[in-house]
Each structure stands twice: as structure tokens, then as C-alpha cells.
Design a protein around this ligand. Structure first.
Ligand code: ATP
Ligand code: MG
Length: 122
């Protein structure tokens, strides 16, 4: 149970439901470390899981980031073609183009969720 997140949940739900009109949407959830960004997205995922296909991934702040990490996560269940291109070292433009095509040709609205950690420069 999340405290004081009713407005954020309502806003994200409205943004998700607008996908049914055939329009894309971008929602940015930002805030300081530990404020509850991931928890909010997980709550939204729980409530919308039945209605939408949700592609879920994160870009971890690793010293050696995984190239195309989120696309690997998405492709596993979403697009054999994208998975194939990733595995065979296709150029980035080809991979992103195939992912875009897969989203555009999907028969139901897709929600893509990526958690990011911004680097801190001291
Ligand atoms: N609205 C809330 N009510 C109660 N507890 C919360 C709420 N939001 C987050 N928490 C708790 O706060 C902690 C941190 O939440 P969370 O990991 O979602 O933050 P975050 O913003 O994603 O952190 P980070 O910036 O490190 O990714 C978790 O233990 C979570 O259960
Ligand atoms: Mg988080």
C-alpha cells in the first residue's frame, strides 16, 4: 500500500488509458533517490497488467552497462525479430527500427517501462 500516491496513480492511469485511442504517450516519473519511483511503477504495473502488455526493464548504473540491455529484456517475449537482430550484432539503427515496427504493428497497446538512474557528477 503506497501512501500519498493517489494523484500520481490517477495521472499515469489516464495516460495509459489514452493509448486505447491509438495515440502514443510518454510519462516521466522523476524524483530523488528512494522517493518511491520504482514502487509507483510497480503499483501501476499491478493494476494495468490485465489490460495492457507491459514491457519492463531498467538501466542499472553498472560500471559496464549491458549494451541494449532493455531491448534484450523486451525482445525475449515481445519480438523474435528484434531478439534475432540483437543476437547477430545488427547495427543500432536496424535494431531500434525493428523495435519501433514491432510496437507499431502490435495488436494491443503496449506500455514500455524503463527505470533509469542518472549519473551523479560531483
Ligand atoms: N508511497 C509510498 N508509501 C510507502 N512506502 C513507500 C512509498 N514509496 C516507496 N516506498 C518505500 O520506499 C522505499 C524506496 O522506494 P523505491 O525503491 O520505489 O524508490 P526509488 O525512488 O525507486 O529509489 P531509487 O532512486 O533508488 O531507484 C521502498 O522500501 C518502498 O517500499
Ligand atoms: Mg528505483
Amino acid at each position: 500500500m503506497l501512501i500519498e500516491r493517489e494523484n500520481a496513480i490517477a495521472n499515469l492511469t489516464v495516460a495509459a488509458n489514452q493509448l486505447n485511442n491509438g495515440n502514443g504517450n510518454i510519462a516521466l516519473v522523476s524524483g530523488e533517490a528512494g522517493i518511491g519511483k520504482t514502487s509507483l511503477l510497480e503499483e501501476i504495473k499491478r493494476t494495468l497488467d490485465q489490460q495492457y502488455e507491459i514491457l519492463w526493464s531498467g538501466c542499472d548504473p553498472l560500471f559496464t552497462p549491458r549494451p541494449f540491455g532493455p531491448l534484450y529484456d523486451f525482445a525475449a517475449n515481445f519480438s523474435e525479430k528484434v531478439h534475432h537482430l540483437l543476437e547477430n550484432g545488427a547495427p543500432p539503427s536496424t535494431i531500434f527500427s525493428a523495435f519501433h515496427d514491432a510496437l507499431e504493428n502490435a495488436t494491443q497497446p503496449i506500455i514500455v517501462s524503463v527505470t533509469l538512474t542518472a549519473p551523479i557528477f560531483a
